[in-house]
Write a protein that binds this ligand. Structure first.
Ligand code: CTP
Ligand code: CA
Length: 228
């Protein structure tokens, strides 16, 4: 009976997911971004919808939207945070799969920035973006589950453990992005799940939907431990 309840724990629950690399505009025609494809976020949305959740996918990229998923298209970090905060009060789960730009240009030029005669270099001033995951993690209600990612090229376990604590997350999905076969632009991924007071779980290289289903299963177990 308890297992059946865990299996259905996401039915009709709201799950908010961010996906894709943010685009930080510097003028009307240029922006700063990164190599994220958004595939992992879309796969998570599909896996949560398979479990009967009402999924709000807040994404910077347009891909085919799985059944049961509502897409909210955003571009930059500040608008992503605004969308997240508007959907969060009704949500049981928040998953930060977006590759958020840590910094954005200090100024957004109204017109296309021109180079000056003789100019041979340019220092672009950047300012820190809000941390969406930490904002949500630190304000989460006792019955909300918060999941983040950690994209690392070195000291994976150490950095992931630190992010678990500093972001107020229930789980961190750590991703070695130095390996080209996995991560950012690939269809496949290999991850390690870090959960408070549990030993890390390795999820072997597989299709992103297969990985997403494992992440959603763990998320369901965490939600069950809070609400059942
Ligand atoms: N994240 C976020 N808002 C930011 C930066 C990161 O929501 N401004 C989220 C990402 O979506 C991811 C997690 O935080 O779920 C970790 O992102 P990552 O870039 O690995 O870590 P940072 O905390 O930004 O630290 P650093 O880049 O310095 O390693
Ligand atoms: Ca970062």
């Amino acid at each position: 009976r308890l297992l059946a309840r865990v299996d259905n724990i996401l039915k009709d629950k709201q799950v908010v997911i961010t996906a894709g690399g943010t685009q930080e505009a510097l003028d009307p025609v240029r922006y700063l971004t990164n190599r994220s494809s958004g595939k992992m976020g879309y796969a998570l949305a599909e896996a949560a919808a398979e479990r009967g959740a009402q999924v709000i996918l807040i994404a910077t990229v347009k891909r085919p939207v799985p059944y049961g998923v509502k897409l909210i298209k955003v571009s930059d970090t500040q608008s992503m945070l605004g969308a997240v905060e508007s959907y969060l009060p009704g949500a049981s789960v928040f998953i930060a799969a977006a590759a958020v730009s840590d910094f954005r240009p200090v100024q957004l030029a109204k017109n296309k920035i021109k180079k000056m005669p003789g100019q041979t270099s340019w220092q672009l001033a950047l300012t820190l973006n809000p941390d969406i995951l930490a904002t949500v993690g630190q304000a989460k209600k006792p019955q909300q589950v918060v999941v983040g990612f950690a994209a690392e090229t070195q000291n994976l376990a150490d950095n992931a453990q630190k992010k678990l604590a500093s972001k107020g997350a229930d789980m961190i999905v750590a991703n070695d992005v130095s390996d080209q076969a996995a991560g950012f632009n690939s269809n496949d991924n290999a991850v390690i799940l870090f959960i408070k007071n549990q030993s890390p779980q390795t999820v072997a290289l597989a299709d992103k939907l297969v990985i997403a289903r494992k992440i959603i299963d763990q998320t369901m177990a965490l939600l069950a431990s809070k609400v059942l």
